[in-house]
Design a protein. Sequence first.
Length: 436
Amino acid sequence: MEMLARFFRFKALGTDWRTEVMGGTTTFITMAYIVAVNPGILAKALGQELFPELLFATCVSAVVATLIMGIAANYPFALAPGMGLNAFFATVVLEMGVRWDLALGVVLASGILFTLLALMRVREAMINAVPEALKHATAAGIGLFIAFIGLKYAGVVAADPVTLVSLGELRTGPTGLALLGVVGIGVLMVRGVKGAILLGVIGVAALGMILGITPPPEGMFSLPAWPKRLFGAAVVNLPVAFDVGLIGVVFAFLFVDLFDTMGTLVGVSQRAGFLDAAGRLPRANRALMADSLGTVVGAIFGTSPVTTYIESASGVSEGARSGFASVVTGLFFIAALFLTPIVEAIPDFATAPALIVVGVMMMASVARIKWEDISDALPAFLTVVAIPLTFNIANGLAVGFVAYPIVKRLGGKGRDVHPLVDLLAVIFIARYLFMD
């Protein structure tokens, strides 16, 4: 045990076994929905009969990527097939008419390109080039995003055809329990109780089952299904992914996953205090290899691209600071292969309080933005609001990257702009002008 503690640098990071286990468990519980949701989305395109195989592919890709993040990079970040990316995969199959096995070849191609960019340290250079103002803004924007998702899960906010969003129906059991969970977690945190977020999630889920608001698990165990029809299809169809008709789809996957992961790593790392004095993320290249290799493995087993999850912030907020928390999360994904009924029984309204409270904590980053300097404040503000309002981290980062160099250079502060930021601004503009 002492050897493991030294390997994960517990002493240097000011952490311990209990904190890391608690953090890793909290992260898994807040993102456990992906075990059922990702196969459900992909099954609409590939066929409902493939749901068990898709569940296997989802868990395996999450395990591989999360363990790489924890062991190789020593960061408490969890990864799994990305929401949005899985919906785009389904669209490629259903709307664009691309056969699902060819689509998996496209995902594999994007994963290989991801890996090459990581090996050449292009992605690391991009992360290090993010201006301080945008790093703080990304963290705050992700906080708002997480809180918004939590409020949606809780039923506090609802869709409205006129105003886009409105106040939800508060007089329902799930909403009442979710709000009780927010208050409960807050009180526990004020009193300094370790594991407050995790206790809140478990408590709300248990109360929901006791009161009959949500059904209890239908069982304890289920046997995983080897993806015999999915496994290897991506490899067979890899050459086809570089045909003229599909290369645009490859770069669409590449673009979205690249900047979504970059935004998440920057935002959560800023919240956790992982950035050094120069604002750089140590071992960034190892962290970036986790999602690229996870995407490669995921494609081979039969799922959409893998990305770093913003729900990792929940584990960080519980105090997780080392990769051992990711190892714990990865082990839970292995267990999920056999405990799917229990994982599926955790309702959205139980995880909602955790997301809301984490959002509150991440908003602290706005205090570090130089609001008195409009050349920093304007791009930062646009990033903060664009992330939740477009429901996409990459879009928010794009807005900031475009606004920052324009305002700085036209305002006579061009010396503050890294040349790579100029290049990324051009890429973002081209992406939204000329790509669907």
